[in-house]
Design a protein around this ligand. Structure first.
Ligand SMILES: Cc1cc2nc3c(=O)[nH]c(=O)nc-3n(C[C@H](O)[C@H](O)[C@H](O)COP(=O)(O)OP(=O)(O)OC[C@H]3O[C@@H](n4cnc5c(N)ncnc54)[C@H](O)[C@@H]3O)c2cc1C
Length: 321
């Protein structure tokens, strides 16, 4: 994922450039970091601006999901690679389009690369401002409190990750003993097939996942891992309902219609995982100022986004300039 060159080495131009430029990269998610490292390797002067206190963008949420802790290593890789490549990194820095325009004018930068990522999409549902409504960003990035009875709206990859985060035991993917016990693996092979009864788990929350599409939930999860995730959620008693229209959210809970049947699901928290939209405001403003600007990653295209695509697009752009 980090190295799009693997198996396609000759497709990438890694020669030093004979026309070095000064790039300002806005956004330190995987797209911004991959562009910065690769452009700096080719001899460009790169400065990376990230508005939050840490690099990584959405990967900082992904790494909190049980089973995805290997993203810590990807972040460690990028922080070492940026340092070795000589990229200047400014955290907690959000520049306005006017400030960037002035710095371009003064000759500090030649071009801007916008990698400002994505924002949660907010669906049209009556009562969306109710205090029990939060987004996946509030839960995973800002530790928003989540009650015992939860509805998750949207069952894409992030919806499933949020469900796993809310029911999962982070130790399960880090501690081999807990993993073996949870999955019923008899490491002493005293029982036929080396299988034993899985350890009993106490799940604190009742979770209900909903999607609009009238098809099995999780159909597009990864072939090799999706079944594991679904097995885990089934074991945790997570209910899954397809073909739902969302009518309203109020003190009673989430009002839905399924097959013409109106229901009220009594929940304390509704988590929105209903897709993402590109965060393009800065890009549009820079273009408005006539500044040479390119856009990559989720800021460019939000649908079907993953880190693999963001890193590949950023790397290809860096080796082409
Ligand atoms: C829970 C979860 C699990 C995921 N799991 C996987 C997975 O298993 N595999 C996978 O491939 N992908 C996964 N993803 C998706 C992956 O994280 C994203 O596709 C990827 O991070 C997008 O990269 P990006 O650089 O385009 O945007 P982002 O990661 O959104 O980064 C954008 C960055 O720009 C910064 N920024 C925004 N505006 C400004 C500004 N004006 N000035 C300065 N900085 C700014 C933001 O703070 C952020 O750090 C997951 C995502 C989530 C939320």
């Amino acid at each position: 994922m980090v190295n799009p060159r693997a198996g396609r080495e000759i497709e990438f131009n890694d020669q030093k450039t004979d026309a070095p430029k000064k790039f300002a990269v806005i956004g330190g998610g995987p797209a911004g970091m991959a562009f910065a490292v690769n452009a700096a390797h080719r001899g460009h002067a790169v400065t990376l601006f990230e508005s939050s206190t840490e690099l990584g963008g959405q990967l900082n949420m992904a790494k909190k999901v049980p089973g995805k802790s290997e993203f810590h290593e990807m972040l460690r890789y990028f922080s070492v690679a940026l340092d070795r490549a000589g990229v200047r990194v400014h955290l907690s820095t959000r520049l306005s389009a006017a400030v960037i325009a002035a710095r371009i004018e003064s000759g500090e930068f030649d071009e801007v690369i916008v990698a400002t990522g994505v924002l949660p999409r907010r669906p049209e549902i009556k009562g969306l401002k109710h205090p029990k409504v939060v987004t996946y960003l509030d839960v995973l990035a800002d530790d928003a409190p989540v009650g015992k009875k939860v509805a998750i709206i949207g069952a894409g990859g992030i919806g499933f990750d949020v469900a796993e985060y809310l029911v999962g035991d982070p130790k399960e993917s880090l501690d081999p003993r807990t993993f073996m016990d949870t999955w019923g693996v008899d490491t002493h092979i005293n029982s036929p097939g080396g299988l034993k009864s899985p350890a009993k788990q106490n799940f604190e929350r009742t979770i209900h996942m909903f999607q609009r599409k009238p098809e099995t939930l999780g159909k597009n999860l990864g072939k090799s891992t999706g079944w594991i995730l679904k097995a885990k959620l089934r074991r945790a008693g997570v209910a899954m309902t397809a073909g739902v229209s969302y009518d309203a959210i109020d003190d009673q809970g989430l009002h839905i219609t399924v097959n013409g049947d109106h229901q009220v699901v009594n929940v304390d928290t509704v988590v929105l995982c209903s897709g993402q939209v590109s965060n393009r405001t800065l890009y549009d403003e820079l273009i408005g100022h006539g500044i040479p600007t390119r856009i990559i990653g989720g800021a460019d295209v939000a649908s079907e986004l993953d880190a693999l695509r963001a890193i590949e697009q950023a790397t290809k752009l860096a080796v082409s300039l």
